[in-house]
Design a protein around this ligand. Sequence first.
Ligand SMILES: NC(=O)c1ccc[n+]([C@@H]2O[C@H](COP(=O)([O-])OP(=O)(O)OC[C@H]3O[C@@H](n4cnc5c(N)ncnc54)[C@H](OP(=O)(O)O)[C@@H]3O)[C@@H](O)[C@H]2O)c1
Length: 292
Amino acid sequence: MTNISILGLGAMGQALAARFVQQGHTVTVWNRTPGKAAALAAQGAREVTSAAQAIAASDVTVMCVLDYAASDSVINGAASALSGRALVNLTNGTPAQARAAAERTAGLGAAYLDGGIMATPPMIGGEHALILYSGSKATFDAHAGALEGLGVATYLGADAGLASLHDLALLSGMYGLFAGFFHASALVESEGIRVGAFLKLLGPWMTAMMGELPGYAEKIDSGNHGVNVVSNLGMQAASLTNILTATSEQGVATDLLAPMLDLFRKRLGAGLGDEDISGVFELIRRKRVAGG
Ligand SMILES: NC(=O)c1ccc[n+]([C@@H]2O[C@H](COP(=O)([O-])OP(=O)(O)OC[C@H]3O[C@@H](n4cnc5c(N)ncnc54)[C@H](OP(=O)(O)O)[C@@H]3O)[C@@H](O)[C@H]2O)c1
């Protein structure tokens, strides 16, 4: 059991604090706007009136506020209290923001661990909650027991930006899935078919298509998109053209899928119709600098 402070009592900060209290830690909480700690105080948490007081009260401080503008302002407001302390920042942001926060807190003499929460507040402490961490390994190791109490704790490396990079990449996969679902739903709904009924077909189909990913990953990692004799890019471009034509004919907007056909056509235009569709990755990847 350890002393833990929480900065930020929004929906997520409340869930994190409640879980730490439930696990028997000594919990100190602070929120910019007072009055949000009543339920936590009733469970045994102590509310303080400044972030600096909260940081001073504990071995480790977990911050979870709206964004990095908010977290930067909390760090700046409590700068003098951070020396010699450990800060775990679970605020959602970009890798660059995480790296800047790591640099700023290092300058203040604090250890910095960044994190990305792959869970909603009610999931905290449950078996499906995943929290990605990067930055100070010493902080992760010292508090792994408490952090594991929030959900599966995965440490990704010393670069503070790695947790955010993986967090945003996982969310990108999720939004791509949702985009396909919304488009498919709009197509069937255009004929009055209930999406709930259609899902009985779509769900297993999407699950089956997950089986394609390891092969694509291998091609992307090797940079060799091969000659695909089963379902090459040319065939898939024709199929996606049919999808978008039918979409327009059904009076449905093409916004979510049209950009993918543009990429397919660019590869076709380059004479790569025999390849796998994983070749579109080459059009969107970060461009390598010569000699880099
Ligand atoms: N909720 C989710 O499902 C979920 C899931 C994964 C990750 N996250 C991430 O967790 C973080 C917190 O989300 P949330 O759901 O708790 O949001 P929220 O309910 O909107 O709470 C926002 C928190 O940020 C604080 N805040 C905002 N601006 C501030 C500032 N300038 N200085 C100090 N504190 C400030 C708020 O304080 P006041 O009360 O004073 O306004 C409040 O405590 C976000 O980065 C979010 O992306 C959330």
